[in-house]
Design a protein around this ligand. Structure first.
Ligand code: AMP
Length: 118
């Protein structure tokens, strides 16, 4: 299935829908999840149009992949949770529980995140 540019994160990237921005650079946008599952729940998305982790690794340039990963660390710094820890998670496809078909990493922090998988 090709990338659907009507997904909600594509709309956020185009500025059609607001978000509570945490961090932005040339490659990524990070914002608070609208329905936080932990005290801190932030999403990091690439600005390029990739539907999931697999699509990103297949089609993104090496620079985009490196910059995306480095940017996640920048977001962690902004959140100031390096010392206390955090969890990064990405859902892929229907078995993975992915709802929005634009690659995103969830960052959970601010309290014990709990069981790895429920
Ligand atoms: P996933 O199930 O991994 O696709 O996660 C999608 C996440 O996007 C969920 O945690 C939603 O709460 C979140 N979400 C959906 N719409 C918005 C929005 N407009 N702004 C921020 N987060 C959103």
């Amino acid at each position: 299935m090709p990338y659907d540019d009507q997904n909600i994160f594509a709309k956020i990237l185009r500025g059609e829908i607001p978000c509570k921005k945490v961090y932005e650079n040339e490659f990524v946008l990070a914002f608070h999840d609208i329905n936080p599952q932990k005290k801190i729940h932030v999403l990091v998305i690439p600005k390029g149009h990739y539907k999931d982790f697999e699509d990103f690794n297949q089609r993104a340039s090496d620079k985009e992949i490196v910059e995306f990963n480095k940017s996640v660390s920048e977001v962690v710094k902004v959140l100031n949770v390096q010392a206390t820890g955090y969890r990064i998670l990405s859902n892929i496809g229907s078995d993975g529980g992915q709802e929005v078909p634009h690659l995103h990493y969830h960052i959970f922090a601010g309290e014990k995140v709990g069981k790895m998988v429920s």
